[in-house]
Design a protein around this ligand. Structure first.
Ligand code: ATP
Length: 230
């Protein structure tokens, strides 16, 4: 079923004199893979963070179509947005989201345990996702004992183990060579849009963006164009 899962209207956000977002509106359909591209400082991460409820814009609205009805993310309290992110969204960032002291399976299972799932069930689900991502046998390695591509696969497992309907990725392949980048991008698409979920990602890499169904070009805090991708 095709419907608008995320809708942003006239988002504005300034840091002092810098307009990070200068009137951005964007509708994301369920099953879309949207690549946000633009020069450094153009507002890509600000847009991703505003869509995901990580930051609140100065004005404008972000609405999510949740299973129990529409939800205005920009009207929620900090606590409500934290819960929403934990339950409905998944995140894959270049670095920083995985806990280096924990093993691969612990990093994935913890996302479920934070939502109240018991350890046994969480470990079982985590093992299934790691296996689906080609990481069977590496469950007990700490993140530092994995390659960059393997660590990003753990991040993908963590982002989807909760059944999140939207995954946000910020430069998910930024630290990877081109071959590994292509493999991680395949894994990211297979685990999200191929399962009926939605992906919004920020990338500098035209090859990564071309794998997405929509490419949105951002400049000076505005959307200046959109192209069709894969
Ligand atoms: N916390 C902050 N404090 C001050 N200025 C900020 C802050 N966050 C972002 N900015 C500024 O807002 C503008 C947009 O930043 P943003 O990080 O969204 O851009 P970006 O396109 O993601 O950049 P990059 O590709 O370099 O990550 C930039 O000019 C940036 O310097």
């Amino acid at each position: 079923m095709n419907f608008t899962i995320l809708s942003a209207r006239d988002l504005r956000l300034s840091y002092g004199p810098t307009r990070a977002l200068d009137g951005v509106s964007l509708d994301v359909q369920v099953g879309d893979s949207v690549a946000v591209m633009g020069a450094s400082g153009s507002g890509k991460t600000s847009l991703l963070h505003a869509l995901a409820g990580i930051l609140l814009p100065d004005s404008g609205a972000v609405r999510l179509t949740a299973p129990d009805g529409p939800l205005e993310i920009t009207a929620l309290s900090d606590r409500e947005r934290t819960r929403l992110r934990r339950e409905r969204f998944g995140f894959v960032f270049q670095q920083g989201l995985l806990i280096p002291e924990l093993t691969a399976i612990e990093n994935v299972a913890i996302a479920l345990m934070l939502n109240g799932v018991d350890r046994g069930a969480a470990n079982q689900a985590a093992a299934g996702w790691l296996a689906a991502l080609g990481l069977a046998g590496l469950e007990d390695r700490r993140i530092g004992q994995l390659s960059g591509g393997q660590a990003q696969r753990v991040a993908i497992a963590r982002a989807q183990v909760t059944g999140a309907s939207v995954v946000f990725a910020d430069e998910p392949t930024g630290a990877l060579d081109s071959q590994t980048s292509a493999e991680v991008m395949s894994a990211l698409l297979d685990m999200t849009v191929a399962r009926g979920n939605t992906l919004v990602l920020v990338t500098h890499d035209a090859g990564v963006a071309a794998r997405c169904s929509r490419i949105v070009d951002v400049r000076d805090g505005r959307i200046v164009g959109e192209r069709v991708g894969a």
